[in-house]
Design a protein around this ligand. Structure first.
Ligand code: ASP
Ligand code: CP
Length: 323
């Protein structure tokens, strides 16, 4: 690829609000671009000037370690100006609404807003009010598109392709935006998805998602290429979804016995944060031969660089491609 050509590859959307609705080609554009940043992130000098002069604001109404930090690093490594708005010390605490907050930030001419919010649909609503590109960093139980992309990049690098793989997503599917984004992405890219969870943690209308459902780990995991574990999203649970943590771990926690039903070389994944001893046994989580949990975090920076670059420089929406 000639110098500058990769900057001309276009992503035909103003925002990244979800994976649902993206075509296989669009997902591939995002993954291929992400791939190009993996090496840059491993160098001693990690910074370029691609987003020089662009302003990115992280606006997180929910806690985050990985997503917020990696967007910040991603923006910095591309030479952009990125700031974290601290919601806890902002005028949100004085009663300012999400929309007024968004309009206030919009008046400062950012190029990209990265938003996490506890309510499904809130990020889309915000995107309709501002002039810049908006990236969904997780909205309620709806979508977490950059998580699914970094999971896909991790799998693609390990297995060469997504198509034809059998992927088990296990745990609290009902409250998980990670599960939803992954289901859309994996189905779109030709993988087969199995969901494994107690009945109380399977979402309503699951039959519309194009997946197989299991309530028993041994059956669900059998012959899978990928085992993706999910945290219990207690912050989104109202009422009693589980008898006890001990019982939950016994039936649905990933340990070596349950893992033995998967393919011998099956990869273990988890979006983080993990609750060791709840959804995953600590030795399994740290198994360097099988677990790619740290690699997922590494790929998160590359994916967020790709998404920031493609949206901030999108010529269809006024972004200028230099060089
Ligand atoms: N960090 C992911 C999310 O924000 C998963 C989790 O919190 O369990 O959706
Ligand atoms: N996986 C994920 O989104 O992690 P954080 O909640 O720490 O950002």
């Amino acid at each position: 690829m000639a110098k500058g050509d990769k900057d001309k590859v276009q992503f035909p959307h103003r925002h990244l609000l979800g994976i649902e609705g993206l075509s296989p080609e669009e997902i591939s554009i995002l993954l291929d671009r992400s791939e190009s940043y993996v090496e840059q992130n491993r160098r001693t000098d990690k910074t370029t000037l691609l987003l020089h002069g662009r302003t990115i604001i992280n606006l997180f109404f929910e806690d985050s370690t990985r997503t917020r930090t990696s967007f910040e690093l991603a923006g910095k490594r591309l030479g952009g100006d990125i700031i974290n708005m601290s919601v806890a010390t902002s005028s949100v605490k004085k009663g300012e609404t999400l929309m007024d907050t968004a309009m206030t930030l919009n008046a400062m001419h950012p190029d990209v807003l990265v938003v996490r919010h506890p309510h499904s649909g809130a990020v889309k609503l915000l995107s309709e009010k501002v002039n810049c590109a908006v990236i969904n960093a997780g909205d309620g139980a709806h979508e977490h598109p950059t998580q699914a992309l970094l999971d896909a990049l991790t799998i693609r690098r390990r297995r060469g392709a997504l198509s034809g793989l059998l992927v088990a997503i296990c745990g609290d599917i009902r409250h998980s935006r990670v599960a939803r984004s992954n289901i859309h992405l994996l189905n779109t890219m030709g993988a087969r998805v199995r969901l494994i969870a107690p009945k109380s943690l399977i979402p309503a209308a699951v039959e519309r998602l194009g997946v197989e459902v299991f309530h028993n780990m041994a059956d669900g995991i059998r012959d899978c290429d990928i085992v993706m574990m999910l945290r219990l999203q207690r912050e989104r649970m109202s009422g009693n979804f589980l008898p006890s943590i001990r019982e939950y771990f016994h039936f649905f926690g990933l340990d070596y016995e349950k893992l033995s039903h998967a393919k011998e070389d099956a990869l273990i994944m988890h979006p983080g944060p993990m609750n060791r001893g709840v959804e995953i046994d600590t030795d399994v989580a740290d198994d360097v031969g099988r677990s790619v949990i740290r690699e997922q975090v590494e790929m998160g920076v590359a994916v967020r660089m790709a998404v920031l670059a493609l949206l901030a420089l999108n010529p269809e929406y006024g972004g200028k491609v230099d060089g």
